[in-house]
Design a protein around this ligand. Structure first.
Ligand code: MG
Length: 258
């Protein structure tokens, strides 16, 4: 179903620009619905199964983009990727900080493939998300164009009030992707909600741990393909609810009420 015109206009623009227009009112506490709840959804391995086919392409695309940007061989590109991912949480941050690489160009080059034949997700997700009362916000460390393409393919673009990609996760000129507590506080402020009103839904435990520290509720979407996921058989104390799917979340969200 096509989104309503105002929502579509809003989604044409990144979340970071929403505040500049009169739509700041919509990004605030108005429009939360009776539930007063804001659902911050991760994208990869949360709303769709990225491990199935997309991660390998992103992996190859990232290495090649580093090769192209820095003029290094594949081994050196992989070494730098690992170094920057471990140090900063995202390769692009190290490339910008230490090599002056253009972030937008790198993000484009590393995700430059057609996602349509590769996306795999639960059936009926648009109806399921609409059945969840409250505002939905996408919060992904992936590039915005990629996120938008996946959501569009899944028919989910109209379900989201605003979209946060890594390009929007800049504070004081520096990238601050998840799990940065400063980023999470910034998102909440921009969305006009208190931490206790917000729920982060994620496959990555580090991000959930950080969200809990600043007062958000947390839902762990277990995905066996997520790095370090297999080592966690039980629900950590900082996770309010552990689910296997969005369907599961709909059926079992009672612990998140109140
Ligand atoms: Mg994820």
């Amino acid at each position: 179903m096509a989104p309503a015109a105002p929502a579509r206009r809003l989604l044409q623009r990144p979340a970071a620009r929403v505040r500049r227009g009169r739509r700041v009112v919509e990004a605030g506490s108005a429009g939360l619905g009776a539930s007063g709840r804001v659902w911050l959804f991760d994208l990869d391995n949360t709303l769709h199964d990225t491990s199935h086919a997309i991660f390998p392409l992103i992996d190859a695309g990232m290495t090649q983009a580093v090769v192209n940007a820095l003029g290094v061989d594949v081994d050196e590109a992989n070494r730098l990727r690992k170094l920057y991912w471990q140090r900063y949480g995202a390769t692009v941050i190290g490339l910008v900080r230490h090599h002056g690489v253009d972030a937008h160009q790198f993000l484009h080059d590393s995700h430059d493939f057609d996602i349509a034949p590769l996306v795999r997700a639960e059936k009926g997700l648009p109806a399921k998300l609409r059945a969840l009362p409250g505002r939905k916000v996408l919060l992904t460390n992936a590039p915005l164009d990629y996120a938008r393409a996946v959501l569009r393919h899944l028919g989910l673009l109209g379900c989201f009030h605003s979209l946060w990609g890594i390009e929007q996760m800049r504070l004081h000129g520096q990238f601050r992707p998840k799990p940065s507590p400063a980023l999470l506080r910034y998102v909440l402020a921009r969305e006009g909600v208190q931490p206790r009103q917000a729920v982060l839904i994620e496959d990555t435990l580090d991000n959930l741990r950080s969200a809990r520290r600043i007062g958000l509720r947390t839902v762990h979407v277990y995905h066996p393909g997520t790095p370090f996921a297999r080592g966690h058989k039980s629900r950590p104390a900082y996770v309010d609810l552990r689910v296997n799917s969005v369907t599961d979340l709909l059926l079992r969200r009672r612990p998140l009420r109140g």
